[in-house]
Design a binder for this molecule. Structure first.
Ligand code: NI
Length: 167
């Protein structure tokens, strides 16, 4: 596994649409593992392939893995629970929304509030090439919406702007 360079604000690739992955081959598996390692090494909870320079429809995330502090003030890291979603499509979005402060590894030190659907259903292909579907809520729902936006060339700051236009 290797840590890849994260593309930052101003990089054109962050505004482009990802291409569907037709075959889950060794290259895709390597990319998925590299994306996870890159995410973990940067203390992130989600990453889309375009953020490491690949216009492929794949996202990774881990909402369980958040640095925490124990009673003696030591940093602890709960068990990793990595997820890899290939060609994710959100097929259901709840009407109820949540407002969450988001950040993005491509926009270090920028944080702002975004409205997201509280619950979603997502269809995807797993790392073994099997079609899957899952219903999620809470942080997992928020992260999947943030990362699938990246596959459309949309970043969270675009959503912040949208919110301001609604208000
Ligand atoms: Ni992001």
């Amino acid at each position: 596994m290797a840590i890849r360079t994260i593309r930052l604000k101003g990089d054109d690739i962050l505004t482009k649409k990802a291409k569907k992955i037709e075959v889950v081959d060794e290259k895709i598996k390597t990319l998925a593992n590299d994306m996870l390692e890159t995410m973990y090494s940067n203390d992130g909870i989600g990453l889309a392939a375009c953020q490491v320079g690949m216009l492929k429809a794949m996202i990774v995330y881990d909402v369980k893995w958040i640095e925490d502090t124990d009673s003696k003030g030591r940093k602890i890291k709960p068990k990793k629970e990595p997820h890899i979603l290939i060609n994710p499509i959100i097929t259901y979005k709840s009407k109820s929304m949540v407002e969450v402060e988001e950040g993005c590894l491509s926009f270090p030190n920028e944080f702002d509030n975004v409205y997201r659907h509280e619950k979603i259903k997502v269809e995807y292909t797993d790392i073994n090439g099997n079609k899957k579907v899952k219903s999620v809520s809470g942080m997992e729902s928020v992260v999947i919406q943030h990362e699938t936006d990246h596959l459309e060339g949309i970043v969270f700051l675009d959503r912040v702007k949208e919110n301001k236009n609604i208000k």
